[in-house]
Design a protein around this ligand. Structure first.
Ligand code: 1DF
Ligand code: MN
Length: 349
């Protein structure tokens, strides 16, 4: 029996990042300006200037959409990557640059998918700063570029998608049936100090806290009552929200009943119902069987997907650990392959 035909599943990694060299030029300009966003400086300012081996390796991998990346995928046994513009993407740029550069980035990613259709799928980057332009870019991504999902790197200059001024983006995503991957960003100005002073602002903790907050703000603002078919994806084991479900449901109801906050309004469903019906969860950065199984038990095996977070967490041994999970063959195939094929509408693998 050849290894090809005996493979029980394909491994599709769903939160993988790239950075066009042209975007790094724009980042360098922003970093050279005055009053640079401290989160951006601490994140991309670090990776782009650090002489450390980890940073240099990440910068090289991020900019490649051909042999370097494919070599690493082969080495780790990753059959297919779902690729998105790395955080903060265009969201750190001024509005006009974000509008024009998101098109450039999406064209480049679509070209790479054309070069390697069985290996890559692309997400659509959108200029959140201009919701109408973002909605148009979703339409262009779907109809012209063959892409079927959207990447948003959490807050945009401290603003959250719970604000109704952004809801044209949700309307477009729902209309085009494109799930939105809500990926972390560095912490906004008004939040970063107490995290950065102890070194916990990044992927170690701050990212998860802020992105979890963002997802919750989207839920509690009533986005899914207004757009019931909208689907979102969150990484890092749901940024811990599955673990919070019980308390969220209890306290949301208690807060509504006591009319404590104008902003906590009654919803049609419990917060955890939206988590179960409107979110897919990836295990990016969390190659840990107990957390994966717990999340499957909360949101269902059809809503938990594999992700590696290449190149930030390029760890070959983690793939082996995930292969070894004690899980039925059917559930493992859903986790590694079929859920991703369905959510991202992947045809060629
Ligand atoms: C890091 C982690 C950076 C993730 C990322 O993009 C990222 C990091 C700039 O470790 O600095 O996507 N991550 O998703 O965990
Ligand atoms: Mn990531």
């Amino acid at each position: 029996m050849s290894t090809e035909t005996s493979k029980p599943y394909l491994r599709i990694a769903t939160e993988e990042a790239f950075a066009p060299p042209e975007m790094l030029k724009i980042y360098n300009k922003i970093l050279a300006g005055s009053d640079v966003d401290p989160g951006f400086k601490g994140l991309m300012g670090f990776y782009m200037s650090s002489p450390s081996e980890r940073a240099r390796h990440i910068m090289r991998c991020l900019q490649d959409l051909d042999q370097v990346r494919l070599g690493h995928m082969d080495e780790a046994g990753i059959d297919h990557q779902v690729i998105a513009l790395t955080a903060p993407g265009v969201q750190i740029m001024d509005k006009d640059t974000a509008v024009s550069f998101s098109r450039v980035a999406n064209d480049q990613l679509a070209d790479a998918v054309k070069r390697h259709p069985t290996r890559f799928t692309g997400m659509i980057a959108v200029p959140v700063q201009d919701p109408q332009a973002a909605a148009k870019e979703i339409e262009r991504g779907v109809t012209q570029l063959g892409m079927n999902s959207v990447i948003i790197n959490s807050h945009t200059h401290g603003e959250y998608l719970s604000d109704t001024k952004f809801w044209d983006i949700f309307a477009a995503a729902e209309a085009h049936d494109t799930p939105i991957y809500l990926h972390p960003n560095s912490l906004p100005r008004n939040m970063i100090q107490s995290f950065q002073e102890c070194g916990l602002d990044g992927a170690i903790y701050g990212f998860g806290v802020e992105t979890g907050l963002h997802a919750l703000r989207i839920i509690t603002s009533g986005v899914f009552d207004r757009f019931p078919k909208l689907q979102m994806i969150i990484g890092h084991m749901g940024e811990a929200l599955p673990f919070w479900s019980y308390r969220l449901d209890y306290m949301h109801q208690a807060t509504v009943r006591s009319q404590r906050y104008e902003s906590i309004k009654p919803l049609k469903k419990k917060p955890s119902d939206y988590l179960r019906e409107n979110f897919y969860i990836t295990n990016s950065g969390v190659a840990w069987e107990p957390a994966i199984k717990f999340t499957q038990s909360i949101v269902g095996v059809d809503r938990v997907l594999y992700a590696m977070d290449y190149p930030y967490q390029y760890a070959v041994d983690e793939v082996t650990a995930m292969d070894k999970m004690s899980m039925s063959a059917e559930d493992k195939k859903m986790f590694f392959q079929t859920n991703a094929q369905k959510v991202f509408k992947i045809k060629a693998v």
